[in-house]
Design a protein around this ligand. Structure first.
Ligand SMILES: Cc1ncc(COP(=O)(O)O)c(C=O)c1O
Length: 183
């Protein structure tokens, strides 16, 4: 079998999970709060602006819920993880698909008629940052599940939308141990 990817864990990570298991506290607890604080530091955000959830899918669904996605037209690329379409289905929104820009795995944002959508889920695929215009009529959920830590114009991406989401699934840049995400 050819593995999709192999997560790498060093001794620090092994010792950190050992500490958690030995503490007997393996659900929402101090380590999760510390992780949220680290995320805020990483993005230069005030404390309390990053919330850990169980997956990137949960982060997408909650973001759509916060933005009132029910019955709204929600844009997404034709080429992305199924989680985007699933979240739109769960919130009962209307998916509006956009093609990729030729030569890139990212959606062609110039093809969007701002009158056609209320919300856009905007992923940066394979670590390649999507160019998101500074002003947009619709709400944006910036999805950096595949591009955590990437920079565009020398600035870390993830804060260019109304809400930013990420996944810490096993195949992502960093993993919280199989499943995980934040928004
Ligand atoms: C671009 C993108 N968004 C969202 C998700 C969903 O994340 P998760 O697998 O943690 O639910 C994925 C991942 O698998 C993804 O690649």
């Amino acid at each position: 079998m050819i593995p999709h990817n192999r997560p790498t864990f060093n001794n620090d990570e092994i010792n950190a999970s050992d500490k958690v298991i030995r503490s007997g506290w393996v659900s929402q607890g101090n380590e999760v709060t510390l992780f949220e604080k680290e995320l805020c530091n990483f993005f230069n955000l005030p404390e309390g602006h990053a919330l850990a959830v169980s997956s990137g899918s949960a982060a997408l669904y909650l973001s759509l819920w916060i933005l009132g996605g029910r019955n709204k037209n929600i844009g997404l690329p034709v080429y992305a993880c199924a989680a985007l379409r699933n979240a739109i289905g769960l919130i009962e929104g209307n998916p509006i698909y956009y093609d990729c820009k030729i030569g890139t795995p990212n959606l062609d944002i110039t093809k969007i008629d701002p009158n056609d959508i209320d919300i856009l889920i905007a992923p940066s695929m394979f670590g390649i940052p999507l160019d998101i215009p500074n002003t947009h009529k619709y709400k944006v959920i910036e999805d950096i599940a595949q591009s955590f830590g990437a920079k565009f114009n020398n600035k870390r991406i993830g804060l260019r939308g109304d809400i930013g989401i990420c996944s810490f699934y096993a195949t992502k840049m960093i993993t919280s141990g199989g499943q995980g995400g934040y928004y």
